[in-house]
Design a protein around this ligand. Structure first.
Ligand SMILES: O=P(O)(O)OC[C@H]1O[C@H](OP(=O)(O)OP(=O)(O)O)[C@H](O)[C@@H]1O
Ligand SMILES: Nc1nc2[nH]cnc2c(=O)[nH]1
Length: 184
């Protein structure tokens, strides 16, 4: 199961971002290139495990976008992108994003009270991005039916679960200067 994804992880290059060992992988960076077979394997799996009875798929810029696009084509469910820049539309919600290596701002548009949403993203590490997003969506009245992330590294997901946030992940990895390892 998820053979293409697991195989592809073993060759992922590592670069330092400050103290953080950042892996580079097609699904998390679009670099060097994303094979359709790999995207298909991953999104077929997401359709199997996620609650797809939703009004909207929510993707975080940038690398939630290919996942949401493929899921949308498979299911006919529209998607919204949480953008890293403002559109200054009425009702736009700003949230702060903090990862293990960066800080920034995210902007939510066009989610209304009662919308049933599925969040998809490529990687969860500290969980900072997802916790901020889920909290903001709930405060806007959205029902976060499910959250699915392809790759889990670090302690973020267990921290999230301790704090009452639910998240499904496809593969758990660890990363050091030598590369990516797949956890059981
Ligand atoms: O669990 P966290 O520590 O919050 O990290 C996870 C976030 O980091 C990456 O986003 P990044 O801002 O690097 O965006 P990208 O998709 O543009 O690479 C990833 O896509 C997640 O959104
Ligand atoms: N590509 C990539 N995205 C990330 N998002 C959070 N951590 C990482 C990482 O190590 N690599």
């Amino acid at each position: 199961m998820l053979e293409k994804l697991c195989d592809s992880l073993l060759n992922a290059p590592i670069v330092r971002r400050g103290e953080y060992y950042y892996f580079i992988h097609p699904i998390a960076d679009g670099v060097p290139f994303l094979e359709p077979d790999l995207l298909e394997e991953i999104t077929d799996h997401i359709v199997q495990i996620a609650d797809m009875d939703v009004d909207r798929i929510i993707a975080i810029e940038a690398m939630g976008i290919p996942l949401a696009t493929a899921l949308s084509l498979k299911t006919g469910i529209p998607f919204s992108i949480i953008r890293k820049r403002s559109y200054e539309l009425d009702g736009e919600i700003l949230l702060s994003q903090q990862t293990g290596y960066s800080k920034g701002e995210l902007y939510i548009n066009a989610i209304k009270n009662g919308d049933r949403v599925l969040i998809v993203d490529d990687v969860v590490s500290t969980g900072g991005t997802l916790m901020a997003l889920i909290t903001a969506l709930k405060s806007m009245g959205a029902e976060v039916c499910d959250t699915v992330v392809v790759l889990e590294r670090g302690e973020g997901v267990s921290r999230m679960r301790d704090m009452g946030f639910e998240v499904k992940t496809l593969v758990r990895i660890s990363v050091d200067e030598n590369g990516v390892s797949i956890e059981d």
